[in-house]
Design a protein around this ligand. Structure first.
Ligand SMILES: [Zn+2]
Length: 271
């Protein structure tokens, strides 16, 4: 599978997280910064995904800029993972909603795949619920009329035949019509280590406000934007990190200890 196809595998949404203050903010050294830049031919370095600079002197200037912004950013940071943050506001649920994330699973759209979809959602939700104060509730009475207009649930889960992604989700607090988890038919025929449940674990991370971990500079690729706040140190094995974006996870998508620390920093540990 090529990189662009892999990159399209999951959700296009972006989220970040919140946490606890880093006691010892740490910036990269120049050597670490240089090592993270993509070194192309003719002494060209690519930083931030798509910004090229030529020569080590230019790279050092970039590094000085990085230091200026990092100091300010880190002062705002809490323990990492990365939570969606827009205009300085964390995108997350309040104490009532986080325990009442109701959803339906469309029996009409999933058809023969309905049971598999119900199981994947339940198992994926359980992984987040086991570690943090969040609660997903399958309101199955709405499954026969489960769409983007169903107001009896917080979000709907439906099947799509798109080939652009395996699944996609949403970030907290959007309009009802946009609060959907869509699973492609391709999600039911995947081979390899990543399962449908693993993909949905990732998608529910977005639902809880988590951004792609690979948008962080340490990934050195797949940068999206800066609308996030670090919750933990960078985690190349995060459930929110695409393996194909310099990720280190070679198995199914699962919550790492840093993922657990991060979601707890936003919603609290499961009591
Ligand atoms: Zn995603």
């Amino acid at each position: 599978m090529n990189k662009s196809r892999l990159a399209a595998m999951f959700l296009g949404a972006a989220v970040a997280g919140c946490g606890v203050e880093l006691e010892q903010p740490k910036s990269l050294t120049f050597e670490e910064f240089k090592a993270q830049a993509l070194h192309e031919e003719d002494d060209v370095y690519v930083v931030s995904g798509d910004t090229a600079v030529q020569g080590e002197d230019a790279l050092r200037e970039m590094f000085n800029e990085y230091l200026k912004t990092e100091v300010g950013d880190i002062a705002q940071r809490q323990d990492e993972l990365a939570l969606y943050r827009l205009n300085g506001i964390d995108q997350k649920y309040d104490s009532t909603r986080k325990m009442n994330l109701t959803y339906c699973v469309s029996s009409a759209s999933f058809g023969s795949r309905y049971s598999a979809a119900v199981s994947a959602m339940a198992n994926a939700a359980a992984a987040w619920e086991a570690v943090a104060q969040v609660n997903f509730i399958h309101a199955s009475q709405y499954d026969s009329n489960c769409n983007q207009y169903q107001t009896g649930v917080y979000f709907d889960v439906r099947m799509t035949t798109t080939t652009s992604y395996v699944a996609r989700a949403f970030f907290p607090n959007g309009a009802r019509s946009g609060r959907n988890v869509l699973i492609s038919t391709s999600g039911f025929t995947m081979s390899g280590p990543v399962t449908l449940t693993g993909v949905v674990r990732h998608e529910l991370g977005h639902v809880l406000g988590m951004r792609h971990e690979h948008t962080r500079p340490e990934a050195r690729t797949c940068y999206e934007d800066g609308n996030w706040r670090a919750l933990t140190s960078y985690d190349s094995a995060s459930v929110m990190h695409y393996p194909q974006c310099n990720g280190s996870n070679t198995g199914d998508l699962r919550l790492t200890q840093l993922d657990i620390n991060g979601v707890r920093a936003v919603y609290g540990a499961k009591q």
